[in-house]
Design a protein around this ligand. Sequence first.
Ligand code: ZN
Length: 608
Amino acid sequence: MDSASTDSALTTLKTVFGFDTYRPGQREVIEHVLAGGDGLVIMPTGGGKSMCFQLPSLLREGLGVVVSPLIALMEDQVFSLKENGVRAAVLNSTLNGAEAFAVETATRQGELDLLYLSPERILQPRTLDMLRQTKLALIAIDEAHCVSQWGHDFRPEYLQLAQLAEAFPGVPRLALTATADPDTRREILLRLAMPDGRAFVGGFDRPNIRYTITERTAPRQQLLRFLASHRGESGIVYCLTRNDVEEYAAFLASNGYDAYPYHAGMDTRRRTSTQRYFQQRDGAVIVATIAFGMGVDKPDVRFVAHMNLPKSIEAYYQETGRAGRDGEPADAWMSYSLQDVILLRRFIDDGAADETRKRFEHERLNTLVGFCESPHCRREMLLRYFGDSHEGGCDNCDNCIRPPDMFDATVPAQKALSCAYRSEQRFGVMHLVDVLRGKTTEKVRRFGHENLSTFGIGGELSEKQWKSLFRQLVAGGYCDVDPRQYNAVKLNARSYDILKGRCKLQARKTVLSPAKKSQAEKPARKQPVEFDRVDAELADTLKEWRFEKATQANRPAFTIFSNRTLRALATLKPLSHEELLDVPGIGQTKAEHYGPEILDIIAKHEGK
Ligand code: ZN
């Protein structure tokens, strides 16, 4: 999807529904449907599931058809849609003849955006005829778990919905349900005749993603150290500026990574080809501004690295959420420094938004910085932010794997703040640290700061530790940084709470030897046990083959076979059509289509 339709989706989201941003998980589904794809959405009730078909119905040409067995729910949705000015109607057994006729007339005349139907109703020949004569935007099948014969909500008429695939070829179909375990998901896709449908599993937790947030000290070395465990894997590295994008892409390429830049300043053709390459090629790394990622359908992204703070927790969640959509282990790594906070503050202040909006943006940034500096389980904090609960101790974030040491930083914080106060709140962190550490720099002498009472009182902390403490003070709202005055540290009401001893400050100790490889930077590799006998050479050959197929078909690699299927092939090494069907991810059609070539590759490999 191009950025124009992304913009118009957000505009419609705002203008029709009044939301500025998507709820987690919605964007991926909506972009997928807008691009014409089939899919299955598993999202908790109240997670904003219906937006996934409502918004695309408005954006795609034609009528959005929604199948639901729950009359009350249909009527509620139609009502609230109408409240939002959307032309929606329901066609079910509760209508009398005249009412039904009116809805049918409106449908035929193209006067509706969304039409809700019961499964019985849509399957009536009369209804099917009517819909065949109408341009359809999409077909949404809600409560899709009703198709599962083993589930407690099974409805026989749901099995007939598979015929919609034949009746309306080319119309994207979206199945939705609040819960479905992996077996049920497979069953839904099978029974609704969506062999290539993507599964979008919502709920806000992404347990396969490991979160790591670290202080940026030597960014290039830190990035290389992080990437060392991701050699040959696909990933995205986010930078704040185009210049950084170009430089980091070149830097990674010179270190042997298959890395490419991507930003809005590049021409469309180069952007498109970079994106396509990323989707088709295993192990490609894209270094990008946030312009990259929307509409990129790639389930096997193994890492997302942020070289700077993202804009907000929502942005962080969304961007890191591009990793590991296939449910296998993935890394979300971020490095940041106080400079990022200062820069983002300036972006907000220099922006065109009104004061209320700017205050809101500052608040959002504060929340994010607080999240970064917190010693608590990252997952617990993220989920809490989205109204989900998690008991913490996830064992898959830096704070859980290696709990940070905390110390009572009240006295150092008092020294830091009083140093800012004594120098008239006109100086930035670097200079204040020099004063605290008793360094007679040229600047210290120029301002006579060696005479301040705070000069040289901070020998107990290193320069790095002082900087970290200032960052935590800013993060906690105990002082401000004024980007308009050379990033001068300013006191606020909370500063005085510290200075007057009205509150204590716990701060995280800075790791003293950043060069030491921390446990959090070790690979998040936990291969499924069944694949521990994978034949790596065969896997590589199959990957090459898949790349060829993907290129020929001009499709992302996973649409041919997922990584999981490839690994299963390289482990099980099927030698016949029947054995091929035992491999997860290979059904009759794929076995027939690709089987001969795959069996040939395996036979050659085994016979060498
Ligand atoms: Zn955790």
